[in-house]
Design a binder for this molecule. Structure first.
Ligand code: UDP
Ligand code: MG
Length: 324
């Protein structure tokens, strides 16, 4: 096989119901391309028939190559693994559930040829999401924008095109807590958006549970903002202000004797609860950052691989738990 020019990366976690349709639509787009394309499927520890389906696709189509992680490492790590294997000059990342229409890829490539190193897809509508998902997503992106020093565009997912230069930079970043949308904005270069309407999931259940989404949201804020640490200082200042007001109140009540014992008792109790809460919040915030420092210091490999197929010209390699 000649060296591909374009690499499409798709993370897959229990997508047996969508894989046939996914392949149909993605390969239709691949067939339109004048240059060679590789389709990198990353199996993120699926426990349904996804891996077997991927193996079959590989047998039918040599443009398909795959990495199968040794367990479920999560979406961001699966995409990271895919990026590590890119051989093309440009990479396109898309979800397996067809919420990111592959038919947009030619348009993205057009912008890349015009000289953009990053083209990200921005949702103009979330027609099919529940109001709670819409509300939380909306407020989260605005909060992140306010807190972060890097301008991370709102309402964008991981559906994007990345130039080789950006792929190399992302691959060189050693951090474990990877919020790819953030890192992608952080690198800079010429970036542009294309707007699209996000379709509903083609089939199957959402793989991003509320817990996973929440963890990703916390991660993105802590990875890209130090404002929460400053919050501790602000809270301290606010409680100092309260303490001052209470001191004045106590003094006032003492001088004008408004049942001094009862007032004094409740003020002390309230103040204790308040300060206790402030301290716990601050310790919690510190803990979140320290936990992440600990993660980074351990420097474990980001993932372990069960199987790699299609990336060498000669034989396919099948390796038991090879770490990067
Ligand atoms: N995914 C993954 N590992 C996970 C969770 C999800 O590789 O632990 C993949 C999943 O197969 C899909 C993509 O990430 O291709 C997005 O997941 P999903 O559609 O469930 O989430 P959404 O972003 O639409 O809420
Ligand atoms: Mg989805």
């Amino acid at each position: 096989m000649i060296k591909p020019q374009y690499s499409f990366i798709i993370p897959i976690f229990n997508e047996e119901e969508t894989i046939p349709e996914l392949y149909k639509r993605v390969s239709a787009v691949m067939n339109q391309m004048e240059e060679a394309v590789e389709l990198i499927l990353v199996n993120d520890g699926s426990n349904d028939r996804s891996l077997e389906q991927i193996r079959t696709l590989r047998q039918q189509d040599t443009r398909v190559c795959y990495v199968s992680l040794a367990r479920n490492f999560g979406h961001q790590i699966a995409v990271t693994a895919g990026l590590n294997f890119v051989r093309g000059q440009v990479a396109v990342i898309l979800d397996a559930d067809l919420q990111d229409p592959p038919e947009l890829i030619p348009e993205m490539l057009g912008l890349w040829r015009q000289g953009y190193q990053v083209v990200y897809a921005q949702r103009s509508k979330r027609r099919h999401a529940s109001w709670i998902k819409r509300l939380t997503a909306f407020s989260f992106y605005r909060l992140l924008q306010r807190l972060s020093d890097v301008k991370i565009p709102s309402d964008t997912g991981d559906f994007c095109l990345l130039d080789r230069q950006v792929v190399d930079l992302l691959n060189a970043m050693p951090e474990r807590n990877r919020y790819i949308r953030g890192l992608r904005s952080w690198v800079g270069f010429r970036q542009t958006a294309i707007r699209f309407e996000r379709d509903p999931r083609f089939a199957g259940q959402v793989k991003y549970t509320f817990r996973k989404s929440f963890a990703l949201a916390i991660n993105s804020i802590l990875s890209f903002s130090q404002v929460p640490l400053r919050l501790a200082t602000y809270l301290g200042l606010v409680s100092a202000g309260f303490a001052l007001i209470m001191m004045l109140l106590v003094l006032y009540w003492r001088l004008f004797s408004l049942s001094p014992q009862l007032v004094g008792f409740s003020i002390i109790t309230i103040a204790q609860f308040f300060l206790g809460a402030v301290q716990l919040i601050c310790i919690g915030i510190l803990g979140e950052y320290i936990g992440r420092i600990y993660e980074e210091v351990k420097a474990r490999p980001l993932y372990t691989i069960g199987e790699i197929v299609g990336f060498t010209q000669t034989e396919d390699i099948v390796i038991e738990s090879l770490s990067r």
